[in-house]
Design a protein around this ligand. Structure first.
Ligand SMILES: *[C@@H]1O[C@H](CO)[C@@H](O)[C@H](O)[C@H]1NC(C)=O
Ligand SMILES: *[C@@H]1O[C@H](CO)[C@@H](O)[C@H](O)[C@H]1NC(C)=O
Ligand SMILES: *[C@@H]1O[C@H](CO)[C@@H](O)[C@H](O)[C@H]1NC(C)=O
Length: 244
């Protein structure tokens, strides 16, 4: 998966190969609020930058502790850093990653303002491990529905209906795992259908249905199915991150 973090790491590796040493010892502001003045807007006066281990990037994040907004700024591994916000059970935590000395002075709200976010959830008929709130009628505040950043794709609603089992997933369909990006419509057999949209939290509706959408002749069933599975496993990975 191409995350901003892994791209930063990739850039870092290139720099390292080229002998530009800036990645090896990135300086990042290191603080946590309310212990110091670490919040948004950030005031660097009195905050000492720290030298990060090689392969790290700077980060800033906010979260909730006992109903109070808390901030932290520091170094983090490029691979585990995602820019955007996760909303779960009514609490929104945001973070960003950046790759220049002391770049984590930037306001978190500004850094995440233009990131696309999608609803993530899955409803499965005949399964106890599913979120009824995800189904029609969709309840964005219901159990098991989270909001997650979608760095390189579109928000989607994906349904499958096969051998009496139906599933409905709301997710980010990533350009890096779905070969042609999110392709609206149904496969030729009408088993898998999806809709795509690019506005923040737009994947609230129902997916296309086989009866209302003509199958796209150019879409091979197998390719679509594989892409959908990849997308679903991405959601699972995303949820794992949320639950950690
Ligand atoms: C974190 O920052 C975002 C963006 O400013 C805000 O919407 C969110 O409510 C904040 N989270 C907490 C727990 O205060
Ligand atoms: C699912 O729930 C039903 C009743 O709510 C229960 O009988 C069944 O054992 C559960 N199945 C699993 C796998 O937990
Ligand atoms: C799944 O397909 C069956 C017929 O194959 C249909 O009766 C049923 O309504 C469909 N379910 C959904 C959720 O689309």
């Amino acid at each position: 998966m191409k995350t901003p973090g892994s791209m930063l790491l990739f850039a870092c590796t290139l720099f390292a190969v080229a002998g530009i040493g800036s990645c090896a010892a990135l300086d990042c502001y290191d603080c946590s609020f309310p212990a110091s003045n670490c919040g948004d807007p950030f005031d660097p006066a009195g905050v000492t930058p720290m030298a990060c281990p090689s392969g790290n990037v700077c980060t800033a994040q906010n979260s909730s502790s006992g109903g109070t907004e808390v901030f932290s700024r520091g170094c983090t591994e490029a691979d585990s850093c995602t820019t955007g916000c996760v909303t779960s059970e009514g609490v929104t935590s945001c973070s960003y990653c950046c790759n220049e000395d002391r770049c984590n002075s930037r306001s978190i709200a500004d850094a995440v303002a233009d990131i696309l976010h999608c609803y993530y959830c899955t409803y499965k008929s005949a399964s106890n491990f599913s979120s009824p709130a995800c189904n029609d009628p969709f309840n964005p505040n219901g159990d098991g529905v989270v909001q997650y950043p979608c760095a390189d794709g579109q928000c989607g609603v994906l349904t499958t209906n096969h051998t009496g089992q139906s599933t409905l997933s709301r997710l980010c369909i990533s350009d890096s795992t779905s070969p042609r990006g999110c392709t609206p419509g149904c496969d030729a057999l009408g088993i898998t259908c999806q809709t795509c949209c690019s506005e923040n939290l737009c994947n609230v509706g129902l997916a296309a249905t086989p009866s209302t959408t003509k199958p796209s002749a150019a879409t091979p069933t197998v390719g679509g199915g594989k892409a959908s599975l990849a997308a679903i496993s991405l959601v699972s990975a995303g949820l794992l991150v949320v639950l950690r």
